[in-house]
Each structure stands twice: as C-alpha cells, then as structure tokens.
Design a protein around this ligand. Structure first.
Ligand SMILES: NC(=O)c1ccc[n+]([C@@H]2O[C@H](COP(=O)([O-])OP(=O)(O)OC[C@H]3O[C@@H](n4cnc5c(N)ncnc54)[C@H](O)[C@@H]3O)[C@@H](O)[C@H]2O)c1
Ligand SMILES: O=C(O)[C@H](O)COP(=O)(O)O
Length: 530
C-alpha cells in the first residue's frame, strides 16, 4: 500500500517518534534538517504535514508555498518560530506538545538560579585553570530571598513550586491567571511593577509575541531592585539585550543566566564578554526524557490529526478532546450540511449567521458545531480551502457576524440544530436533527416542515402554490435525463407560497436552471449539492 500522507521532519527529533511514523504504513516521513527558507519553500509543496522544533522558521513564504499542507506540528512548546496568522488564513492547523518538556525546562531554570547564585561556571573554569581562590567565588543563599515569576503557565508553576520548596518567597505576575491559582502553587500574585521592585531574582516563563517583545526593556530593567539577578529560559526577545548589557555593566543588576537569545546563536554579542552572566545554548528542553516525550507525542498527535482530524493541542483552533469530538462529530456533520444549505438558499452577501442548539445537543461544546456550520456556509460559496482553522478569519473578511446560542429545552426533537442567515434584509432559517443519534435529517426550511437526508444534489424552489408546478419541474428534469429520488413539497400555513425540495441524480445545467426560473409561478429556484 502506498502511503496516504507525507510528513516532512525539518528539525532533529528523538528516534522514538520517527519510529512510530516509520512503522505506520499510511505515513511517509522524510527527515531533512537544516533547510533555510528558500529550501523549505522549494520542498514544502510535496507534504501534508511538517514537524519542526525551534530552529526551522515557518514563515509566510513557506506557508504560501505549502499547497498541500494541513498541519504544522511543533515538537516542543514555543510556537514563535511559526507564522500562526498565515497558517490560520490558509486553514493549516498548528499544534505543539505543551507539557512534554515543561519539567525539564523548569529544572534548567532552577539549575541556572543556583549556578548564578554560587558562580558555578566561573569557579569550574578557575579550578580547571589551576586557580584556588574560594573567596573569589563566594555566592549568595536562595533561602529567604524573593523570586518573581513572570508568566504563570505550565513552566512558571513548576518553577514556583520548586522555589517555594527552596524556602524562597515567590511572587507571580500573569495577567491571565487568577491569584487563587498562584497561591495553589506557592506564589503570591503581584503586579509587574511590584514584582520588579521587590524581587531578588526574576525568572521569565511567558511566550514571545508582539505583546511580550522586550517585556523587560530599559525602563523596566531600571525599575528592578538593585543587585537583582535575572534567569531567562523562555525566549530571548522578552528582554532588550542592549538594555540588559547596560544594566549588568553599570552594576544595577548583579547577574543573569540566559538559555535563550534575541539571535541564536548569539555570535558576537557583547553579553558574552561579561563575567556575571551564565550561558547555555537553548538547552531548556534538552534531556533524554523530554526529547523522547516530545518526539513520541508529536508523532502520535500527527498521526491522529492526519487520520481523524483531531488536534487536542491546536494553538489556532478551539481545544477539543477526542471524547468531545466523538460526541459532537455527528452534529458537526449536520451543521456542515445546514451551513451549506443556507449558503445556497441565500443568494447574496450574508451579514450574520446565528447557530441555535435546542435540547440535548445544547449540553455539548457548541464551538466545533458552530465552526462546521460556518465551514459549510463558506464552502458553498468559495473555492479554495475552507476548514475550521480559517473559517472565522474568512467570515470576518466577508463581514459575516457569527453568534451561537443554546436552549436546553427540546423543541419538537430531542436535539435540534437551527441555523439562520441574514441576507439582503431577509432571514433564512434551516433546521436539522439526528435520527438514532447519528443519521442527519433536514427537518425545516423557513416555516416549512420537510424530511430529507442532507446528501447529494438538490433542486429547491419557492413558488406560487398552484397546480402544474411540480409537473413542469418534472418534465424539465426528465428532458435533462435527471432522475428524482425524493420530492418534498411544503405548503405555507398562512401564505400562498409553497416550496419544493427535490433530491436529484445529478446537478442541473445553467440553461435548465434558467428555464426553471422563467416558469411564471417560480419565485426562487436554486440547484445545489450537500
Ligand atoms: N528554553 C527552552 O528550551 C524552552 C523550553 C520550553 C518552553 N520554553 C518557552 O517557555 C515559554 C513558557 O512555556 P509554558 O509551557 O509555561 O507556556 P504556557 O503557555 O503554559 O504559559 C505561558 C504563560 O504566560 C502567560 N503570559 C502571556 N502573556 C503574558 C504577559 N504579557 N506577562 C506575563 N505572563 C504572560 C500566559 O498567561 C501563560 O500563563 C514558552 O512559550 C516557550 O517559549 C522554552
Ligand atoms: O519551546 C520549546 O519547547 C523550547 O524552546 C525547546 O526548543 P527546541 O525544541 O528547539 O529545543
């Protein structure tokens, strides 16, 4: 059997993950490391998926050349080397391995904290050089000191717990984490100003983004407690290195321990000339345990994504577990078909899409259901890739406002998914349910009850309720050699307009559709596929 999916591994990963990919007959995994942007642009068009660590830069030109790419898997945590907005626009899922190397990185931060306080690298170099001057390398105790943890996510919490165990007072700053969570991990919540002014040590554990670039700039470094020390095992760009150099040279800061740099490697950086700085070469994730865990996780998650579409750790999709996917999956299929239907029935720009869940379905996570309704709507109207990753972006580009609501009380069916679209001042509403928990049925179009399997080709008409319409439609279809497998006719309760929803064996030609539209009783006629 030839492989169904091709995966490019562009940075070195532990052999355990490669073995998993190699032993799956559905996957062809190629390892090509050290590719620069041009080389990656030239190669990426052949692949369904890309696996990277931090070295390979997945830039907009790479994403634009990636005609087949469905996923970028980051074997690690930080995704600042991947252009997420570009990937999202193109419907490419980006996921990482959020926990696999966290303990290892937290341990490096503690190691740096200790070597910085006790001058271990400097003392090691001195002893090797034959020097024996213990007084020269005298350090400071951690116990009783205050450490400020900036970024209280997975790693920040692990570091805080370890520092608390070392009898340090731990302050934490993270605008997105509640104080109770911080206290649960041995830390006191503080604002950034207080943290910087009172901490003897500051350790960074937030992601690098446009918002956190140079989080520690000259002004904030100057506001730190005199004689404080900094540990950075997160990302180089979080600190302005020129300002850091100044603060270390002028003695305002006593030292720094750096694993990460604004440019890696930091060749030629003046920081390398300072004796009060400890350096490691982006070693945060580099233990046998972490590398094995990261590699296994990315390989397993990539196979799961390619074969089932599940991406629990996606950074550009709402996080959905495999269990949730099993529950919402059938409703997602229904919502997709309803979205396509409403997209076909509305013959103009749509300004708003409302997804309303009634009954049991209202107890589920509505986000993937709403997202699929939007994918269905957009896929009816656009060529090119539309999926849950880029649907929100494409909707915003088209000026479509999306809302979702739920009512746990059942309405006519145990579960009902209802989708309304506003188009040219009119509202079109369609609804569907699942029979036996998995068989999608279309049950309502505007006020008309119908019962149709939402699959295949359809002709929909809205027409004056008068004799002869169905016969006229049937004769045009017959002449076109198109078979009718099922026909629903609905009559309005308080109007003289009726609808017909006809399942047909093939799509109708433009000429046949024009002929149908020219029949005097016809007000609207649409041919579409669900
Ligand atoms: N040196 C290494 O080899 C290495 C290894 C792993 C991770 N990392 C880096 O460490 C970072 C943190 O990893 P994690 O697993 O803890 O990530 P995480 O996503 O679990 O936690 C990041 C935390 O930062 C917080 N945050 C966001 N913006 C902030 C801001 N402006 N100020 C303060 N806090 C802010 C978030 O709310 C979140 O709680 C990663 O983004 C990665 O860049 C480095
Ligand atoms: O964000 C991470 O996971 C670390 O920076 C590790 O990066 P690496 O995989 O390139 O060692």
């Amino acid at each position: 059997m030839s492989a169904l999916y091709s995966v490019l591994i562009a940075d070195p990963i532990h052999e355990s993950g490669r073995n998993i990919l190699d032993s799956d007959a559905r996957i062809r995994a190629d390892v090509e490391t050290g590719l620069d942007e041009g080389a990656l642009v030239a190669r990426i068009g052949d692949y369904d998926a890309l696996i990277v660590r931090s070295k390979t830069k997945v830039t907009r030109p790479v994403i634009e050349a990636a005609s087949r790419l469905r996923a970028v898997g980051r074997a690690g945590i930080g995704v600042d080397n991947i252009d997420i907005p570009s990937a999202t626009e193109r419907g490419i899922v980006v996921f990482n391995t959020p926990d696999a190397n966290a303990t290892t990185t937290a341990e490096l931060s503690i190691a740096h904290l200790m070597s910085l306080s006790r001058n271990l690298p400097q003392a090691d170099r001195a002893v090797r050089g034959g020097e024996w001057k213990p007084a020269r390398y005298s350090g400071v105790e951690l116990s009783g000191k205050t450490i400020g943890v900036i970024g209280f996510g997975t790693i920040g919490r692990l570091v805080a717990e370890r520092c608390a165990a070392l009898k340090m007072r731990v302050l934490a700053y993270d605008p997105f984490v509640a104080p109770e969570i911080m206290s649960g991990h041995g830390a006191e919540a503080a604002n950034l100003e207080t943290l910087l002014a009172s901490a003897d040590y500051v350790t960074l554990h937030c992601p690098l983004s446009d918002k956190t670039h140079h989080l520690l700039d000259a002004r904030r470094l100057a506001s730190m407690k005199p004689g404080a020390r900094i540990v950075n095992c997160a990302r180089g760009g979080l600190i302005d290195e020129v300002a850091l150099l100044d603060a270390l040279r002028n003695g305002h800061l006593a030292g720094a321990a750096l694993d990460v740099y604004e440019a890696e490697p930091p060749t030629g950086s003046a920081l390398l000339t300072l004796d009060n700085v400890v350096f490691t070469p982006h070693l945060g994730a580099s233990t046998e345990e972490a590398q094995q865990a990261v590699s296994l996780r990315i390989a397993e998650d990539m196979i799961k994504f390619l074969t089932t579409g599940a991406a629990e750790t996606a950074v550009n999709l709402p996080r959905v577990t495999a269990d949730q996917l099993t529950q919402t999956g059938p409703y997602q299929g229904l919502a997709y078909a309803l979205g396509r239907l409403v997209g076909a029935l509305c013959e103009g720009p749509i300004s708003r899409l409302d997804v309303h869940l009634f009954g049991r379905v209202a107890e589920l996570d509505s986000r993937p259901i709403t997202a699929e309704a939007l994918v269905g709507l957009l896929s009816q109207r656009m060529t090119g890739r539309v999926n849950r990753v880029n649907a929100g972006h494409l909707a915003r580009e088209q000026g479509i406002e999306v809302t979702e609501s739920r009512t746990e009380e059942a309405r006519d069916f145990v579960s009902l998914v209802e989708i309304s679209a506003q188009c040219c001042g009119q509202t079109t509403t369609v609804a569907g349910t699942l029979l036996g928990g998995s068989h999608a049925r279309l049950v309502r179009i505007d006020g008309y009850d119908v019962e149709a399997v939402p699959k295949g080709n359809f002709l929909f008409t809205r027409h004056q309720d008068q004799p002869g319409v169905v016969g006229a439609l049937g004769s045009i279809l017959g002449r076109e050699n198109i078979n009718i497998s099922r026909m629903q006719v609905g009559v309005g309760y308080d109007s003289d307009t009726a609808i017909a929803l006809i399942s047909i064996s093939a799509s109708l030609s433009a000429a046949a559709m024009d002929e149908i539209r020219s029949l005097p009783p016809i007000e609207q006629a649409v041919g579409f596929a669900l």
